[in-house]
Design a protein around this ligand. Structure first.
Ligand code: NAD
Ligand code: G3P
Length: 332
């Protein structure tokens, strides 16, 4: 049984740990807090992030990264995008010499404007064939409950992608492979921003036509950015593009959509933050980096601009919506 390290015992790290264990691996989770590690080891449950989910006995946890990384030849990174670099810098010397990395993060680093696989490459010195990204319509709670879903494992090395596909395959979790790491990472990051705007619209009391318009035009601007960065347009029609966009923009389980809904109801950023119960809504920070990246590339992203204005520039949602509708008319 291969040993896999999962660095981060939040909702997604824990759910992915369960998938890997169900698929036959021995899984060791790195948890930041003693009580989380203790709950997993003694009661097979992560009460803070996935209450009520029973983890297999082959999932254990530790707060000591050296203990978790020792003997692990595959390392899953499951911490939020903006904290990844800082954490990874502490872990890099503890990685096994032949270790490969799989990133679960869905964000763009603020400041550097790097995708997470680029951050991993810079910090670890690993080559692209050793770095994979997993992304798709995967709300942690539903995956942990064993509800059927699919995902994408992207890596420039097709053989490694296929090996990881095996390692993550269960009767209820179906990974597809893709070599388009750029497209998968951009799709996973931009959908959080579009989910925020869908949440804002829902909070304002708007209905399904508005929602469908936002999802479709959100996909259009995400695709424009991805293609400008070298992605394959078709990736955005797949699970890591449209699939994840639909799941996140429509599910009440999504932290980003829920966060947006509270903003749309008139709550402040701080009030909306409280409602996420300490969990990350990646789009709130990534809208800043995605907006900068789009401006740098000369790509128009009006919905991302709108989210940024509402979240970070004190923009009024109604005024922003009116302005979006008054933009100059154009062909689709
Ligand atoms: N939850 C989901 O349904 C889901 C699904 C797919 C992808 N993702 C992505 O996976 C990544 C991790 O998300 P999550 O849902 O597990 O997040 P979470 O908020 O549930 O947990 C984050 C984990 O990272 C740890 N951590 C370490 N350093 C941290 C720091 N400096 N600040 C905050 N947390 C820190 C926390 O202790 C916690 O264990 C995100 O990029 C998210 O977009 C989440
Ligand atoms: O809860 P969210 O909004 O971070 O979304 C979770 C997943 O990324 C959905 O695929």
């Amino acid at each position: 049984m291969a040993r896999v390290a999962v660095m981060g015992a939040g909702s997604w790290g824990t759910a992915v740990g369960k998938v890997l264990a169900d698929a036959g691996s021995e899984v060791v989770l790195w948890a930041r807090r003693d009580e989380v590690a203790l709950g997993i080891n003694e009661r097979h449950c992560n009460e803070k992030y996935l209450p009520g989910i029973v983890l297999p006995a082959t999932v254990t946890a530790s707060t000591d990264p050296a203990e978790v990384l020792s003997g692990s030849h595959e390392v899953v990174l499951a911490v939020p995008s903006q904290s990844l670099r800082g954490n990874l810098e502490k872990w890099v010397d503890l990685l096994e010499p032949d270790a490969g990395v799989i990133s679960l993060a869905k964000g763009i680093e603020t400041g550097s404007l790097m995708r997470i696989s680029e951050v991993v490459a810079e910090v670890t010195g690993l080559t692209a064939d050793k770095i994979a990204a997993l992304s798709g319509p995967n709300l942690a709670r539903e995956i942990a409950e064993g509800q059927p879903a699919a995902t994408v494992i992207a890596c420039t090395d097709v053989d490694r992608a296929a090996r990881l596909q095996d390692a993550f395959s269960t009767p209820n979790f179906r990974p597809y492979t893709n070599t388009d790491v750029v497209g998968c990472e951009i799709g996973g990051s931009t959908k959080n921003v579009i989910a925020l705007v869908c949440g804002i619209a829902t909070g304002m009391g708007l209905g399904d036509n508005t929602m469908a318009t936002l999802v479709t035009r959100g996909l259009a601007e995400s695709t424009r950015l991805g293609v400008a960065l070298g992605a394959n347009q078709m990736t955005f029609a797949g699970l890591a593009g449209l699939g994840d966009l639909v799941a996140t923009c429509t599910s009440p389980l999504s932290r980003n959509r829920t966060f947006g809904e509270r903003l749309g109801r008139g709550e402040t950023l701080e009030q909306a933050q409280e409602a996420t119960n300490g969990q990350v809504a990646e789009g709130v920070k990534s809208c800043t980096s995605i907006r900068s990246l789009a401006r740098q590339m000369g790509v128009e992203m009006p919905l991302t601009e709108a989210v940024h204005e509402i979240c970070h520039e004190g923009g009024d949602a109604v005024e922003v919506a009116v302005r979006l509708m008054r933009r100059s008319t154009k062909p689709e």
